[in-house]
Design a protein around this ligand. Structure first.
Ligand code: UDP
Length: 236
């Protein structure tokens, strides 16, 4: 597979064309940002760790009937993917109150949510990814009501699979963000699933093992990411 021109550079990844129009290469960087780019830094080897974790999780999801953009892991930092038309909706699923749920609604951090909360955010950095409902998304023209209902059902199914997967690895899946895209009339899961896009707490100690360590300068960022990788890949 020949790596072609760069199509896009985001905060944590670059996307390259290939000699097949239907395929792109997603390259994971070590750059880290938080609070909509106000905080910037790097996390050593984050790209390698997040690529490994994402490839493993997307493979597990595919094995359980969830269609994703993953074709194969190409190298340490590269993932070969189907070329999606990204839907400009970030889908957040929450099992335990944290982050903006605490800030916005006054939940006590750590409160178990009996029913997982699914939220839609507009994928637009200039507007700071505002929270939106289905009517907003349709009015903005970013998705149809039918697509949004598919996103919600998919997100709930993915949550059930991930929650189970992480519980077996002694991690609580607090919340996470998903992105989807259109591909040949279908909706596929895209982007990544990693400690950059999820909150994980250790099942026994509740220690934070995700990007919150970077966001709030808790220290031990690299260790937390590689411990999540170890548990996800089942390495010793
Ligand atoms: N998230 C993300 N990208 C975003 C916003 C949120 O990956 O642009 C993830 C975040 O890591 C967390 C979940 O979505 O796992 C919920 O994030 P929240 O709304 O609490 O916002 P935050 O406080 O993380 O900005």
């Amino acid at each position: 597979m020949k790596k072609g021109t760069q199509l896009y550079e985001g905060k944590a990844k670059k996307v390259f064309a290939t000699d097949d129009n239907d395929l792109v290469i997603q390259e994971f960087k070590d750059d880290a940002t938080a609070f909509n780019n106000k905080k910037k830094g790097t996390i050593a080897d984050k790209g390698v760790v997040n690529n490994a974790i994402s490839c493993k999780l997307f493979t597990m999801l595919e094995e359980n009937g969830v269609r994703t953009h993953l074709v194969e892991k190409l190298s340490d930092r590269e993932m070969l993917c189907r070329h999606l038309e990204i839907i400009k909706v970030e889908v957040v699923v929450r099992n335990i109150a944290a982050g903006s749920l605490v800030k916005r609604y006054g939940f006590v951090e750590g409160k178990l949510l009996e029913n997982p909360v699914v939220e839609f955010y507009l994928k637009d950095d200039e507007l700071d990814d505002p929270l939106m409902n289905e009517a907003h998304a349709v009015a903005l023209g970013v998705a149809t009501f039918e697509e949004l209902s598919v996103l919600k059902i998919r997100a709930e199914a993915i949550n059930a699979l991930l929650k189970h997967f992480f519980a077996e690895r002694k991690l609580k899946l607090v919340d996470f963000k998903l992105e989807f895209g259109r591909h040949k009339g279908e909706i596929l899961l895209g982007d990544e699933i990693s400690p950059d896009t999820c909150r994980f707490w250790d099942l026994e100690t509740n220690e934070k093992m995700d990007k919150d360590r970077f966001r709030f300068d808790l220290g031990g960022v690299e260790n937390a990411y590689s411990e999540v990788q170890r548990r996800v890949l089942g390495q010793n």
